[in-house]
Design a protein around this ligand. Structure first.
Ligand code: HEM
Length: 164
């Protein structure tokens, strides 16, 4: 409940910011967007790695309980709020600077939707691990770890090079 309230507070603060922002603030909001994206990606790259290690310890062991705390805190304190800020400020930039036009932007949005789907999958896994009912193997989570990496590389090329 506390996590949901703090997420709503972050979303409300961010929405208020983009509602009052003038286009002249774009460089500052772009800086905020990049900070949010770095935090989101750091968590999305680390969380499946924690799942790999978590698969290797017995349910109910001290190590398993420690992984549960690490996974929950990483998701709630870093990954969720960072994603909310990245989306709200990113959509503001997409409208103010580009009026949602551009092939690179459409491709980027499609990739970020896939990334957000992976985010949902990882959140569900945090709940499954917390209740000792994860059925997926360490190999599965090792493969899943590559998803955010590949998406990040493609998104950064799209947004910097703007090839189309
Ligand atoms: C959450 C949805 C997202 C939206 C709607 C969005 C949209 C945007 C827009 C419109 C810009 C301004 C581009 C420009 O001025 O040339 C931008 C900048 C940027 N975005 Fe995103 N973005 C999102 C997520 C991401 C993600 C996930 C990453 C990286 C993995 C990312 C990396 C960047 C970077 C590095 C810049 C700065 C580019 C520059 O130097 O101008 N964004 N984003």
């Amino acid at each position: 409940m506390r996590a949901i309230v703090s997420l709503l507070v972050v979303a409300a603060a961010c929405l208020a910011l983009v509602l009052v922002a003038s286009p002249a603030w774009a460089p500052w909001l772009k800086a905020l967007h990049v900070v949010a994206v770095i935090s989101w990606m750091a968590g999305m790259l680390y969380l499946p790695r924690l799942f790999v290690y978590h698969c290797g310890v017995a349910a109910g062991s001290e190590a398993s309980e420690t992984f549960k705390v690490m996974e929950r805190r990483l998701l709630r304190a870093i990954i969720n709020p960072a994603m909310v800020v990245a989306w709200i400020v990113g959509l503001w930039l997409a409208w103010v600077a580009f009026r949602f036009q551009g092939g690179w932007l459409h491709a980027k949005l499609a990739l970020v939707l896939v990334l957000s789907g992976l985010h949902g999958h990882f959140s569900a896994a945090v709940r499954a691990f917390a209740e000792d009912r994860n059925t997926r193997s360490a190999r599965y989570w090792r493969i899943m770890n590559e998803g955010p990496t590949v998406i990040m590389v493609l998104v950064v090329i799209l947004v910097i090079v703007k090839p189309f």
